[in-house]
Design a protein around this ligand. Structure first.
Ligand code: FAD
Length: 159
C-alpha cells in the first residue's frame, strides 16, 4: 500500500496537538505529537506513540516519565517549534508540575510515569500512568488534513 494514501487517510482524523516534554540530567526536551489518547479510567492511563527516529524516544526511555501538554489555539508556533519546523531557536519557559516540565498556558498539562512500552513497527507506544493534571478553560489547537485549524462557532444543535 502507498505511504501517501495511508498518511492522507490518517490526516482525515482531526486531532488536538500536544507537546510531549521530559527532562534528563536537568535538560528539558519537547516534541510535538498528536498520537495521544486516553486508555483507561481505573487506573488512569494514557498512551503516546513516538517514532524510532525521534530523540524523544531515547530520552523517555531514560527518564521513564513524560508530560503531555495539550496546546491552545494561540500556541501554533510552539507546535511548529517542537516539530523542528522553525528556523530559529527559541527559549521556552517551562513550569514545573509534580517534578516534570510543562508548557505554560496549555489547555491541559498531564504528568505521567511510564508503566509499559510496546514497540510496534517504526513507533514505540508508551503507556503512562497519570500522576497529576492541570486544566485551563481555553480553546484547543486543531490539526486536520496536514494543517492547523481552530474551533469555529458551534453549529450542530446539542441536546
Ligand atoms: P528534535 O528534532 O530533537 O526537537 C524538535 C524541536 O524542538 C527542535 O527544533 C528543538 O530545537 C526543539 N526543542 C526541543 N526541546 C526544546 C527546549 N527545551 N527549548 C526550546 N526548543 C526545544 N512524531 C511522533 O513520533 N509522534 C507523533 O505523534 C507526532 N505527531 C506530530 C504531530 C504534528 C502536528 C506534527 C507537526 C509533528 C508530529 N510528529 C510526531 C513529528 C515530530 O514532532 C518531529 O519529527 C520532531 O522533530 C521529532 O522530535 P525529536 O524528539 O527528534 O526532537
Amino acid at each position: 500500500m502507498d505511504d501517501r494514501l495511508f498518511r492522507t487517510a490518517m490526516g482525515k482524523f482531526a486531532t488536538g496537538v500536544t507537546v510531549i516534554t521530559t527532562e534528563v540530567d536537568g535538560e528539558v526536551h519537547g516534541m510535538t505529537a498528536n498520537a495521544f489518547m486516553s486508555v483507561s479510567l481505573q487506573p488512569k492511563l494514557v498512551v503516546i506513540s513516538i517514532s524510532e527516529k525521534a530523540n524523544m524516544l531515547y530520552l523517555i526511555k531514560e527518564s521513564n516519565k513524560f508530560s503531555v501538554n495539550i496546546l491552545s489555539a494561540e500556541q501554533q508556533e510552539l507546535s511548529q517549534l517542537f516539530a523542528g519546523q522553525l528556523k530559529e531557536n527559541r527559549k521556552v519557559a517551562f513550569k514545573n508540575l509534580n517534578g516534570l516540565p510543562v508548557i505554560e498556558d496549555a489547555v491541559a498539562q498531564i504528568t505521567c510515569e511510564v508503566t509499559n512500552t510496546h514497540v510496534e513497527g517504526d513507533h514505540t507506544l508508551f503507556i503512562g500512568k497519570v500522576t497529576d493534571i492541570e486544566v485551563a478553560d481555553k480553546d484547543p489547537l486543531i490539526f486536520f488534513n496536514g494543517r492547523y485549524r481552530s474551533l469555529t462557532v458551534e453549529t450542530i444543535p446539542q441536546p
